[in-house]
Design a protein around this ligand. Structure first.
Ligand code: ZN
Length: 429
């Protein structure tokens, strides 16, 4: 029998059993191991044996990025130091860096479920994986690397950047898979074409980490390289690192490893569960993480659960790509809206560019109005504006259930920035 990293579960009920056992263990372990968790749990009135069913998850207190920052440098540590074998840290773009400790078992668990990602992407031991992500204190490089070796494919630890070397490796080593950010994927695709290397390489798949890839970007990469598949790999340092799930070859959403963590999708305002299929904040609870277990950790990332069964038959549930950050949420006429949702609507419409702005105003009668400014795409005639306007307004109404005024502006007229562009202008008091 071929080696598999997939569990033998046949039903969600079996996964729920694992989740209940894992949740009981996690609460007890965190309570006994970490004074910070003990205090939080005591305040919530949950003792070390307070979990009787999965519904008890709702009794548990939330953990936030602030908890991690306040405990700097080794926050929420729940094992003695002698059990810690490694640390990783987030890049620390907001405030202090988040540092996470790992035990040997944490490292092994991570490599095991990350190896699943390669299996989900239908790699074999014959594959040669060019790992063009950052190595260092962050989790990316070493995560991709260990899991690739565990899976049994050949790892090429190239690191990021250095297009010259990347191209050379693709030609000389005949890499079949490349792991990188989507922006790097696009740079590579353009470079390979510019150098006329497409017939000299053997690249079949790309796995994109860490950054949201727009549909337009993916389409262009696929065309330029003639790839079979592109996958999105989610992951954050707090939750081991990359590899916590992967979309399968049907690309209907990201199958996530529900036997290692519980994913809740909550309304970031009320912290209540949203109906299945609706967008909300991803809140995660780990089931066997030793050094720094997470109890209802608010990731601030937005996504939604994908209802129904995937054609691939995998038992693992799916979540959508990351649709943005909950800090960016707008409340408009009592509807929660995320800029990522507007992004998503616009990316499905031909004839417009990728830049847009959302402007919110309050009229003297107290009513709120939303204007969405969108650039006409390069080479598109302004005579199409009216049709585009109607189409965009109709799609926003259909997909987000709000009415917006749409304005089409000239290509290149909205400001661009190397960093994240400001897209939301809220002029309501
Ligand atoms: Zn699937």
């Amino acid at each position: 029998m071929t080696q598999t990293f997939m569990p033998s579960f046949k039903s969600m009920d079996e996964i729920y059993d694992v989740q209940l056992e894992g949740l009981k263990w996690t609460v007890k372990h965190a309570y006994n191991g970490s004074p910070v968790y003990r205090k939080k749990l005591d305040e919530a009135g949950v003792g070390p044996d307070g979990i009787k069913s999965l519904d008890d998850l709702k009794k548990l207190p939330f953990t936030t990025a602030q908890d991690l920052q306040e405990g700097y440098p080794f926050p929420l540590l729940s094992v003695p130091f002698e059990k810690v074998v490694r640390i990783h840290a987030s890049s620390g773009t907001t405030g202090k860096r988040k540092v996470l400790c790992y035990t040997q078992k944490d490292i092994e668990d991570w490599a095991h479920f990350f190896a699943r990602c390669y299996e989900m992407a239908e790699l074999t031991k014959e594959d040669r994986v060019q790992i063009a992500v950052g190595y260092g204190v962050w989790t990316a490089g070493v995560g991709f690397q260990l899991a690739c070796e565990k899976f049994g494919a050949m790892a090429i630890p190239a690191g990021p950047g250095n297009l010259d070397m990347q191209c050379q490796f693709l030609v000389d080593f005949q890499s079949t898979v490349m792991c990188c950010t989507a922006s790097m994927g696009l740079l590579m695709a353009e470079e390979i074409n510019r150098r006329g290397l497409r017939d000299k390489i053997n690249l079949k798949k790309m796995i994109f980490g860490s950054e949201r890839s727009s549909d337009a970007m993916r389409k262009r990469i696929k065309e330029l390289l003639g790839l079979e598949h592109m996958f999105d790999i989610p992951g954050m340092t707090e939750l081991y690192g990359p590899g916590t799930g992967l979309d399968c070859v049907h690309h209907t959403g990201i199958h996530y490893w529900a036997d290692y963590y519980i994913l809740e999708i909550l309304d970031p305002e009320t912290l209540e569960e949203v109906p299945e299929g609706q967008t909300g904040e991803m809140v995660v609870t780990t089931l066997c993480k030793e050094a720094v277990p997470l109890i209802r950790y608010r990731t601030r990332d937005l996504s939604r659960l994908v209802p129904g069964q995937c054609p691939c038959g995998s038992i693992f549930p799916r979540h959508d790509r990351i649709l943005g950050r909950s800090d960016d949420m707008i409340i408009f006429r009592a509807v929660n809206i995320y800029p990522g949702q507007i992004d998503h609507v616009l990316s499905g419409i031909e004839g417009i560019g990728s830049e847009y702005q959302i402007i919110l105003d309050r009229a003297p009668d107290g009513k709120d109005y939303m204007t969405v400014k969108v650039e006409r795409d390069q080479g598109v005639e302004s005579s199409r504006d009216k049709k585009l306007q109607e189409k965009i307004a109709a799609e926003i109404k259909k997909q987000i259930m709000v009415s917006a005024n749409v304005e089409i502006v000239d290509y290149g007229s909205l400001p661009r920035s190397e960093r994240k562009s400001k897209r939301v202008f809220d002029n309501r008091e």
